[in-house]
Design a protein around this ligand. Structure first.
Ligand code: FAD
Length: 395
């Protein structure tokens, strides 16, 4: 069986590795040119993501990609008062792993490198522009005019998935959430903080953790209108950073200090919500990662879910005779979990958007919300991909 994966991000590379571990033949095509994967700031891989990497046989990826562990979250209001705390001290005992902060490009590059090493043909600069399913296979067409024939195609091509668009032309598109995310890393003279600090500032939400004199920071800034692509491509960093400094002026230390020390943000990303597609698969095409379920970054779960998907789908393809049956099993094992986390992410996003308004109410109810959130977190972190014969646990 020829399996073609479209997209060499976290989901695609992890899936390629998982398929090779079962000796299944796989080819991967990625739109970015070779060596251009330097984008993105950093992300937090949750304990379930670390465990999914272990199940993949690559539990050492976070360390190899330069990650560092977190031991919880502290939430502060705009006056600097700590209003809630999520302990991660016992995550290692409870879930077998702690959350890890990683540079996104380092994680993607490490997974891609290992996929190649495992024998995956990994073509870069190949942008999918068309997909046609026929009786005995799928033909994928690319921007350079070439085509590839495969028995099945897996769309691991992210939130704006071309595979999804060509397979289900009427599927709903992502919608802008009214929040712009921005972040980077900045040299600062601050002690290491193994706990991530989250601040509901007066006009925006700010998070940071410090490791080896580098502050890894991000902000969620409410903005009613969706930024145009051209605005992001030609971002005036000086103006953008000056806007951020104004926005957080007067917010608790060390937020203004981190922003003052920052010359440029690593990136600016409008955040989108992907309405849950009715289905993730046909007989020969299937979606993984953000292409299937782009959960909000506020959950800190997108990358972890992508790796879980990869492990479960590869096991289903190993265990079932026909790809259609494998896809159905995979969807049954994974869709409920992803949709639940997506709903949770929308609730968290609403809390963040309330940074500018209703802050007293928010301060009073945040602890309660976090207690409810702690139950969701336990479910998210406690998941094991090898909980059932096919490799996933049903929700
Ligand atoms: C600002 C921000 C912060 C985040 N923070 C976190 C976090 O802290 N923790 C967490 O777990 N998750 C976080 N996420 C989510 C996480 O980044 C995603 O869930 C994860 O990257 C999904 O991986 P993926 O492989 O499915 O998609 P992607 O990483 O988007 O990879 C898709 C790949 O497909 C390629 N591609 C696209 N179109 C085509 C095409 N037509 N042909 C060929 N290739 C194509 C792309 O070039 C890309 O390499 C965050 C997301 C954002 C936007």
């Amino acid at each position: 069986m020829e399996i073609l994966i479209v997209g060499g991000g976290i989901a695609g590379s992890a899936l390629a590795l998982a398929l090779r571990a079962h000796d299944l033949p796989v080819r991967l095509v990625e739109a970015r040119p070779e060596g251009s994967d330097t984008e993105g700031a950093f992300l937090t891989l949750a304990p379930n993501g670390v465990n999914a990497l272990r199940a993949l046989g690559h539990g050492d990826v976070p360390a190899a990609a330069g990650g560092f562990e977190l031991s919880g979250l502290d939430f502060h209001n705009a006056s600097g008062r700590r209003i809630a705390r999520l302990s991660g001290e016992d995550d290692a005992a409870r879930y077998g792993a702690r959350a890890v902060v990683l540079r996104r490009a380092a994680l993607r590059t490490e997974l891609a490198r290992r996929a190649r090493e495992a024998g995956v043909r990994f073509d870069t600069g190949a942008r999918l522009t068309g997909l046609a399913e026929h009786g005995d296979g799928v033909r994928a067409a690319f921007a350079d005019g070439t085509t590839i024939d495969a028995d099945v195609v897996i769309g691991a091509d992210g939130i704006w998935s071309a595979v999804r668009r060509h397979t289900w032309p009427d599927a709903p598109l992502p919608t802008y959430t009214g929040i712009v995310d921005c972040g980077g890393w900045t040299k600062v003279d601050l002690p290491d903080s193994a706990r991530q600090q989250m601040i509901f500032g007066r006009r925006g939400f700010f998070g940071y953790a410090v490791k080896d004199n580098l502050a890894y920071w991000f902000t969620n800034v409410p903005r009613a209108t969706e930024p145009a692509r051209s605005e992001l491509d030609d971002l005036d960093q000086t103006r953008w950073m000056s806007t951020l400094r104004d926005l957080y002026d007067g917010d608790p230390a060390p937020v203004p200090r981190i922003l003052a020390a920052t010359q440029r943000a690593v990136g600016v990303w409008p955040l989108y919500d992907l309405p849950s597609p009715r289905t993730w698969c046909t007989e020969r095409v299937c979606l993984v990662g953000d292409a299937a379920h782009a959960v909000s970054p506020s959950t800190g779960q997108g990358a972890s879910l992508a790796i879980e998907d990869a492990v479960v789908l590869a096991r289903c393809l190993r265990d079932e005779q026909a790809p259609a049956a494998a896809f159905t099993s995979y969807q049954r094992l994974r869709k409920g979990r992803a949709e639940k986390i997506a709903r949770f992410g929308r609730q968290v996003g609403e809390r963040k958007a309330s940074s500018a308004t209703g802050s007293l109410f928010r301060d009073l109810t945040l602890s309660l919300f976090l207690r409810m959130g702690a139950r969701a977190t336990a479910e998210q972190y406690g998941y094991r991909v090898d909980g059932s014969p096919s490799g996933g646990r049903r929700d």
